[in-house]
Design a protein around this ligand. Structure first.
Ligand SMILES: *Cc1c(COP(=O)(O)O)cnc(C)c1O
Length: 429
C-alpha cells in the first residue's frame, strides 16, 4: 500500500476510509468503483466502522450495568439497524415509524426506549403492544394520555420522566436540548411533583429518570452538571417512596468532523460510575442513547462535480448532491470535510461546494482548497449521521442510494429512488 499524495489530515480520524495508491477506499473497496457503477450522489457506509464505534462503548462498559440504546434517528437504514441488533444494541426510538423499523430487524423490545415530545395514541398503543422497556415521558399531558391508553389495554406502561436539568451543553443552539427554553423534558424544579402525579396514575409504573441535554457535545462537563441534578432528584424521589431502577443519560457524545477532540465513552462512563458510587447510587442501571457517535464517522457521501464556476467574488464547485441530500450545513452551519476520490496534481483553488437546489442555503462546504475538474468525484466526510436520515425530495430530487461496504464486498442497502417513486400517490383533479 503506497500513498502517492499525503493522506489529508481530515481523514486521519476515519481509519475505514483511506487512500491507497492515490484512490480513496472504504475498507477494501475503491470508492470510484462504487461511484461509477452506482451513480452519485451515493451514501457509503463501512460495516467495520460501525463495529469499531460500537466497540468503543462495549469495551468501556465491561461488566458495568449499562444498556446502550442506539439513537436510531441518526441513521435508520435497516442494514445499519440490523448490524446493531447483531452487536446486542437496544434502540432509542422517537416515533411509531422507528418502532416499526426496529421490530423489522428483530430488535428486542425489552431493549427499546421511546423518547419524543409528541407521542400519539397509536404510537403508544403500538409500543405497549410490542412491550418496550420504557417510555421517556416529556409532559404531564403525555403522562395522563399514556396512563389512559395503558389502562384501556389492561396494562401498566413503564415510564421515566425526561427531566430538563437546565444545563448548557455548549453546542449549536439547534441541537441543544437541556436548557429551560427548550421544548424538551420537564423542568427539574417541577419533576418531583410530576413524579408524584405519575405515581397516582393507575396505568403507569415508574422505572427511571431520563435526560438528553444535546448533541455533538465535545466537552464532558455538562453531563456531570446534569448527573448531579438528577441524583439530587433521585434522592428526593427515594424519600417520597419512589424507587428508581435506571438512570438514562441520553446521547450526545460528539464526533470529530474537523479538529474536535470529543470525550470517549470510557471517559464518560468511568466518571459517571465514580460519581454514582460516591453518592451511594452504584446500584442504578444506566442507559445511554448514542446516535451520532455510533454512525457519524462510518459514512461518506459521494458526489460528482458538474460544473466549476468562477466569479469575481467566489469559485463554485457545483456538485450533484445538495441540501436535500445533506441538510446539516444549511441547517446548522455544519462543517464536513471534502476530499477528492482521486487527488490530482495542480494548483489548489478555494471553492464553495454547492448543490443544484434553488436556495442560497444550498451549500455543502465553503472555502475548501482543492485541485479538481469537472467530472471528479468528491467524498463528503462524516456523513453517517443525520445525513441520509434528514434527506428530502425538495426540488423533486430522488433520494440517493445507500451502500454498506463489508471488507472487499459491498451491498446496496437502499436503492436510489426513481422519479416514478416521487410522483406515486399524487393525483390531479
Ligand atoms: C437525538 C437523540 C439522541 C441521539 O443523540 P446523538 O447526539 O446523536 O447521540 C438520543 N436521545 C434522544 C432523546 C434524542 O432525541
Amino acid at each position: 500500500m503506497t500513498t502517492a499524495f499525503p493522506v489529508p489530515p481530515e481523514l486521519a480520524g476515519h481509519p475505514y476510509f483511506q487512500y491507497r495508491n492515490n484512490v480513496l477506499y472504504a475498507e477494501d473497496v475503491p470508492l470510484d468503483h462504487l461511484a461509477h457503477g452506482l451513480g452519485t450522489p451515493l451514501y457509503v457506509y463501512s460495516r467495520a466502522a460501525l463495529k469499531a464505534a460500537w466497540e468503543t462503548y462495549r469495551s468501556a462498559i465491561g461488566p458495568l450495568p449499562v444498556l446502550v440504546c442506539y439513537g436510531m434517528k441518526a441513521n435508520s437504514n435497516l442494514a445499519v439497524l440490523k448490524e446493531f441488533v447483531r452487536l446486542g444494541a437496544g434502540f432509542d426510538i422517537v416515533s411509531g415509524g422507528e418502532l416499526k423499523r426496529a421490530l423489522a430487524v428483530g430488535a428486542d423490545p425489552a431493549k427499546i426506549v421511546f423518547s419524543g415530545v409528541g407521542k400519539q395514541v397509536w404510537e403508544m398503543r403500538d409500543a405497549l403492544a410490542a412491550g418496550v422497556k420504557c417510555f421517556n415521558v416529556e409532559s404531564e399531558g403525555e403522562l395522563r394520555r399514556l396512563s389512559d391508553v395503558a389502562q384501556e389495554m389492561g396494562m401498566r406502561a413503564p415510564v421515566s420522566l425526561r427531566v430538563n436539568p437546565d444545563v448548557d451543553a455548549q453546542t449549536h443552539p439547534y441541537i441543544s436540548t437541556g436548557l429551560k427554553e427548550n421544548k424538551f423534558g420537564i423542568a427539574i424544579e417541577s419533576a418531583l411533583d410530576v413524579y408524584l402525579t405519575a405515581q397516582a396514575l393507575p396505568g403507569l409504573e415508574i422505572v427511571g429518570v431520563d435526560c438528553h441535554i444535546g448533541s455533538q457535545l465535545t466537552d464532558i462537563s455538562p453531563y456531570f452538571d446534569a448527573l448531579e441534578k438528577l441524583l439530587d432528584l433521585i434522592g428526593q424521589l427515594d424519600q417520597a417512596g419512589i424507587r428508581i431502577a435506571h438512570l438514562d443519560l441520553g446521547g450526545g457524545l460528539g464526533i470529530r468532523y474537523t479538529d474536535e477532540t470529543p470525550p470517549s465513552p470510557k471517559a464518560l462512563l468511568d466518571q459517571v460510575f465514580e460519581r454514582l458510587n460516591a453518592r451511594g447510587q452504584g446500584h442504578l442501571h444506566l442507559i445511554l442513547e448514542p446516535g451520532r457517535s455510533l454512525v457519524g464517522n462510518a459514512g461518506v457521501l459521494l458526489t460528482t462535480v458538474q460544473y466549476l464556476k468562477h466569479s469575481d467574488a467566489r469559485n463554485f464547485a457545483i456538485v450533484d448532491a445538495a441540501m436535500n441530500d445533506l441538510l446539516r450545513p444549511a441547517l446548522y452551519d455544519a462543517y464536513h470535510g471534502v476530499q477528492p476520490l482521486r487527488p490530482r496534481a495542480g494548483d489548489l483553488v478555494e471553492y464553495d461546494i454547492v448543490g443544484p437546489v434553488c436556495e442560497s442555503a444550498d451549500w455543502l462546504a465553503k472555502g475548501r482548497a482543492l485541485a479538481i475538474q469537472q467530472g471528479d468525484v468528491l467524498a463528503v466526510e462524516s456523513a453517517g449521521a443525520y445525513s441520509m436520515a434528514m434527506a428530502s425530495n425538495y426540488n423533486t430530487r430522488a433520494r440517493a442510494a445507500e451502500v454498506m461496504v463489508d471488507g472487499s464486498n459491498y451491498h446496496v442497502v437502499r436503492q436510489r429512488e426513481t422519479l416514478d417513486d416521487l410522483l406515486r400517490g399524487e393525483s390531479t383533479l
